[in-house]
Design a protein around this ligand. Structure first.
Ligand code: FMN
Length: 184
């Protein structure tokens, strides 16, 4: 028993291995609704949700991110990618890229939306992992072509992404420190 929403929030964790099975139209529609229902500052709704499901685009995305991470020369990033088997989207059948017009609240809006998607996915038995790493593909010099390839509207920038699919591994949710809440 207990509260269904809270149980979903408490049991979500980052999944980094997925079954080789596509999501059905109903699941995709459900996740699109969860994304679009996210609140945005001043209700501007200036973010766009790019649902990448085709094999060709998913492979291309993975390749562009890996190239971007290597080109960044950021050893910590490169090592983290290596430690995860050289994978950045983990062969998930769906990657949602959230892009937005740069603004003060764009990263906050995107963070809210990506968590909406993660919780919605969990609520229908899907796994997910939020991805900051794809920034390496879209924020590097000369990335305009890659952004066009992935349908970014003119002037939009990468904010965050999320892989979603049927889990092929389990992971305990992270632990936390109660003292991080300050009661006044
Ligand atoms: C903004 C943000 C960016 C993240 N980027 C990545 C990423 O690029 N790759 C990855 O495997 N996990 C990424 N994560 C997942 C975190 O590592 C994960 O949420 C954290 O370790 C807590 O674990 P949990 O989600 O299982 O509770 C990201 C999470 C957030 C919130």
């Amino acid at each position: 028993m207990g509260n269904l929403i809270l149980n979903t929030i408490l049991s979500r964790s980052s999944i980094r291995a997925y079954q080789d099975e596509k999501l059905c139209e109903g699941e995709l529609e459900f996740l699109k609704k969860a994304a679009l229902a996210s609140p945005t500052a001043m209700n501007r709704q200036e973010q766009r949700f790019i649902f990448v499901t085709s094999d060709e685009k998913r492979e291309r995305l993975e390749q562009a991110i890996v190239e971007g991470v290597i080109a960044s020369g950021n050893e910590a990033f490169i090592e983290r990618m290596r430690s995860r088997g050289g994978k950045v989207t983990y062969n998930a059948p769906l990657v949602v890229i959230i892009c937005a017009k740069p603004s003060h609240f764009a990263p906050v809006d995107a963070g809210i939306a990506v968590e909406n998607i993660a919780i919605a996915a969990k609520s229908i038995g899907l796994g997910s992992v939020i991805l900051g790493m794809p920034a390496s593909a879209f924020n590097r010099p000369g990335a305009e072509e890659v952004k066009r390839e992935f349908g970014f509207p003119e002037g939009y920038e990468f904010q965050i992404a999320i892989s979603v699919g049927r889990s092929a591994a389990s992971k305990e949710p992270h632990t936390w420190d109660e003292s991080h809440v300050i009661d006044l």
